[in-house]
Design a protein around this ligand. Structure first.
Ligand code: C5P
Length: 278
């Protein structure tokens, strides 16, 4: 029997500039993005209807609901391709939920890729990206992968020349943060003319910290343990933060030390900009 497996890596906004709210209810962004070698895993098998099973460390935080992005992606692909097949989808949820590293978008992108193969829809990447963009701003980026620049709401993708991969540690304080709420707080705190005028690599940091002060604790802990060349950054709309290291051993040691002091934080050493050894 045909079985397709897709990897749904964490999306890392290495920089994120945000402009003022537009009439469509979204903010223009300008972001440099790469992907981690760590993420969720999805397995797709033929079935008469659509089924979704979720296992893995963060399965408990993600109930199987009708509005799950994976099911939305599957239905949208079936509709666009005029297909009435089903699929059994197994998600291993390794990424924390609502954590700024694009887990839901990565899962939706992986679903579009996986079912495009399983159902033999033969849609091009650009067509899958158009479907994905209709229900998640980050889905086109997650479909493309590699090193890229996102603009517009996130749907305008430009490939960037690949840079050297680097070791990093991802840290999440265990608090889900709503992307919509962070953008809403951003609107309250920053006047539109400030677009592009701040020194932060992530324009959403202050808004996210005001909703989830523990992000500041994570950034401080990373600042104390990182090797100094680059300041730690918050990822996306938070609460996950990232610090770069000069070696994987350095990242692993930092992750161990941090975990000892913060047993309730999710802490993951990763490599950014390199496909996983699947
Ligand atoms: O597109 P997505 O569902 O991921 O976005 C979640 C929410 O984040 C949107 O409803 C919107 O409020 C906000 N958002 C935004 N500008 C963007 C992307 C998202 O305001 N570029």
């Amino acid at each position: 029997m045909t079985i397709c497996t897709e990897f749904a890596p964490a999306k890392i906004n290495l920089s994120l500039r945000v402009g003022p709210l537009e009439d469509d209810g979204y903010h223009p962004i300008d972001s440099r993005v790469a992907f981690a070698d760590f993420g969720d895993v999805l397995v797709f098998e033929p079935a008469d209807q659509l089924y979704l099973e979720i296992t893995g460390p963060f399965a408990g935080e993600l109930p199987v609901q009708d509005n799950n992005l994976i099911l939305q992606a599957a239905r949208a692909l079936a509709r666009t391709s005029g297909i009435s097949k089903g699929a059994r989808i197994q998600l291993t949820k390794n990424l924390p939920v609502s954590s700024g590293i694009g887990g839901g978008s990565a899962d939706a992108a992986a679903t579009l890729r996986g079912l495009n193969r399983l159902w033999d829809c033969q849609l091009k990447l650009s067509e899958l990206a158009t479907i994905g963009a209709s229900f998640g701003s980050d889905i086109p980026a997650c479909l493309h992968g590699g090193w890229l620049r996102m603009r517009g709401r996130g749907e305008r993708i430009e490939n960037l020349p690949p840079e050297a991969s680097f070791a990093a540690v991802l840290v999440n304080p265990g608090i889900a943060v709503s992307t919509a709420q962070v953008f809403g707080r951003f609107d309250q705190r920053l006047a539109p003319e400030q677009f592009g005028a701040t020194e932060h690599q992530n324009d959403l940091s202050q808004a996210a910290i005001s909703l989830c002060p523990q992000i500041a604790d994570v950034l401080q802990a990373l600042l104390e343990i990182c090797e100094g060349a680059n300041r730690p950054i918050m990822c996306g709309s938070g609460a996950t933060c990232l610090a770069g290291f000069s070696s994987q051993d350095g990242a692993r040691k930092a992750a161990r030390d941090l975990q000892e002091n913060h047993p309730n934080w999710w802490i993951q050493p990763v490599t950014i900009g390199q496909a996983p050894p699947l």
